[in-house]
Design a protein around this ligand. Structure first.
Ligand code: TXA
Ligand code: MG
Length: 330
């Protein structure tokens, strides 16, 4: 890659100032812009512009077989390119704007660039909250946006984390403060009136089940699931990860959960507790930030205390398992 590009530092612009106008102009000019959403920061581009979308892959160094989520202002915009079955429509109406992504069939003659969907005949769609929602309204087009981190790394929950990960390959980051949810959206796909959970995330499976009046089907771990981005070693920090730890070993940092620490916590290189009270919502919001901070402590390994599976605990354990998986070359 061009050395000049690598030396360049991106600009961080607070969401309150003329951010909307600047971000809109850059997107309509075919540039990428990193934007806050309620889940994690996304690296956005006009989903109908192939060159703009290609810049996302280039910045993230993401394998191009990995399709992106299309962000929309609501069901009406999504319907310009995707078809809703009745159950998907009901769930979109219930959870949008919010942290639920639906995989839907593409419509004939749609304007979404094939790079976005990596050649699939389906598209992942969600309507975000906050700055992202205002920006999509202003631009009037769907925005393709993966999490704004280098491929395989921790998803950013602050503007600074975006700049640290991608600052040398992007121009502009809009700073909306720390994201509220802290983990990526939940991805589901309805097929023959069954709801498949493709990726646990910011909306708890139990809440989807309550709204839909039926149980979710979970993709088996490592099955050829239809979320091709679910590489086992996604989200990896530099340090190794040791999950469900019952003690801390020399040279390890500790990621805690709940009021009590495991044996040997006092000798950890660094300790951060996801939630002192054992609240999975608070833990999800802190997860990527704390993993990044413990990684920066230089520990060779991060020991992680057990985290119960209920509510957002499922998404947290999923991300931790990926971070702990044997590393693939990225
Ligand atoms: O919260 C989020 O979802 C964030 C924010 C920025 O919206 N975005 C995000 O995007 O996490 P990304 O690209 O990091 O993850 C998108 C996931 C990938 O695992 C990808 O494989 C899956 O969505 N995906 C995209 N299109 C798909 C499709 N047509 N069928 C199945 N999975 C799809
Ligand atoms: Mg990602």
């Amino acid at each position: 890659m061009d050395a000049k590009l690598t030396d360049r530092q991106c600009r961080i612009l607070p969401a309150g100032e003329n951010a909307l106008g600047e971000a809109k102009a850059a997107l309509l000019d075919g540039q990428t812009v990193a934007i806050p959403t309620e889940t994690v920061y996304g690296l956005a581009a006009d989903a109908t512009n192939g060159e703009a979308v290609a810049r996302i892959f280039e910045s993230k160094q993401r394998p191009s077989f990995n399709p992106l989520i299309c962000h929309v202002s609501g069901i009406a915009m999504a319907e310009t390119f995707a078809s809703f079955d009745p159950l998907s429509r009901k769930l979109a109406a219930h959870f949008w704007p919010g942290a639920l992504t639906l995989v839907l069939p593409l419509k004939e003659g749609h304007a979404i660039h094939p790079l976005v969907t990596a050649g699939l005949d389906t598209v992942a769609v969600r309507a975000p909250k906050g700055f992202g929602a205002e920006l999509i309204e202003a631009v009037g087009r769907p925005l393709a946006a993966p999490s704004a981190n280098r491929s395989g790394r921790i998803s950013p929950t602050t503007a600074q984390a975006v700049a640290d990960s991608l600052g040398d390959t992007i121009g502009l980051v809009i700073d909306g403060g720390p994201t509220q949810v802290g983990v990526e959206s939940t991805i589901i796909k309805v097929e023959e009136s069954k709801i498949h959970l493709l990726r646990p995330g910011g909306v708890a499976a139990e809440d989807i089940e309550a709204a839909a009046g039926q149980k979710l089907t979970r993709a088996e771990a490592n099955a050829a699931i239809q979320a091709p981005g679910m590489l086992a070693s996604h989200y990896a920090p530099n340090a190794a990860m040791r999950l469900n730890a019952d003690h801390v070993e020399a040279g390890e940092a500790l990621l805690g959960f709940g009021p009590e620490r495991i044996a040997g916590a006092e000798k950890a290189k660094a300790v951060l507790v996801l939630s002192e009270t054992g609240d999975p919502v608070e833990a999800a919001a802190n997860l990527f930030d704390y993993m990044g901070r413990l990684d920066a402590s230089g520990a060779r390994c991060i020991a992680v205390e057990p985290i119960p599976l209920h509510g957002l605990g499922e998404a947290i354990n999923d991300r931790l398992a990926r971070a702990a998986a044997p590393r693939e070359t990225i």
